[in-house]
Design a binder for this molecule. Sequence first.
Ligand SMILES: Nc1ncnc2c1ncn2[C@@H]1O[C@H](COP(=O)(O)OP(=O)(O)OP(=O)(O)O)[C@@H](O)[C@H]1O
Ligand SMILES: [Mg+2]
Length: 318
Amino acid sequence: MAPIIRIVNLTKKFGDFTAVDHLNLEVEEGEILGILGPNGAGKTTTLLMLTTVIKPTEGTAYIGSYDVTKEPDKARTLVGMAFQEPKLLWVDSPWDILNWHAKVCGLTPDERRKRVRWVLEELELWNDRFKSVHAFSGGMRKRVEIAKILIQRPKIAIVDEPTAQVDVVGKHRIWNMLRDLRYEGSTILLATNELYEADALSDRVAIMHKGKLLVCDEPKKLKDSIPGGDVVEITLEKDASDKVLEELKEIPRVANVLAIKQNHLKIYLNQAEEVLPKITEFFMRMNVQVRSIRMSEPSLDDVFAHYTGLTIEEAQRE
Ligand SMILES: Nc1ncnc2c1ncn2[C@@H]1O[C@H](COP(=O)(O)OP(=O)(O)OP(=O)(O)O)[C@@H](O)[C@H]1O
Ligand SMILES: [Mg+2]
């Protein structure tokens, strides 16, 4: 089956700065594809080109069979977007916004009544439905933005940071509603800088950094693909010298060492049970005291670090 979204060399420049750099990616019908990347990776810029809000500098994307640069009007008929920064409208209560949206999307009055009520109740906005969104918290505004997609049920739902600022209960509710939306037939493309959200929700995750796609695959495959299946985090009493770091890498079955800080190391290794005693011995021999040791399963952050040498948090700070 042909992919429902095909992104071909998609590029966006703002002046000399390349925000999205020759991106190639295909989204299959019915999947949830997460684009994961730190602030400034180019996620929103990509989504805005797919929804024809901004024009590519180079390359293009096909939404269904429509080229976004040649047939933007037709491409738009297939997509619905929940924006990262919800736009404020002239109507300002959730009730008016959602009813207006439902009308624009062509729902019959009967469907409209049912769906608007259901979505408002599910997202716990029912009691606030007549209040002005100007007075809403960030998380509440975000829920109104997501509600639009859940009412529209577009063929392709494009959601940008769907749960930013939403509390934990709200996050889980939105994730479940997005999963349901997919089961009802929508394809979902979501951008996020939250590792857990990308992992929990996506069938495949595309990792982006500095406008480029680093890798795209199922979360489990991504995590299994990094050398060193076990991750050990070690905090030291003092900074490790470069010599210590070099020699640490030489210990058999240690695949890689990432210094988050000079005294906070992430060690990727195989057969941790056997190697861990060797590592503690090594630090003793080098006269470096270990403050704590923690073992963990590899996360998408470790995948990101494998490709960039940075954790997502560090990349955000850069
Ligand atoms: N209209 C614009 N003019 C100039 N630069 C822009 C414009 N829009 C985006 N950029 C720049 O392009 C880069 C990518 O921005 P984008 O919003 O796509 O990132 P993002 O991955 O969505 O980040 P975040 O996680 O913060 O939402 C950033 O460096 C941003 O400053
Ligand atoms: Mg963004």
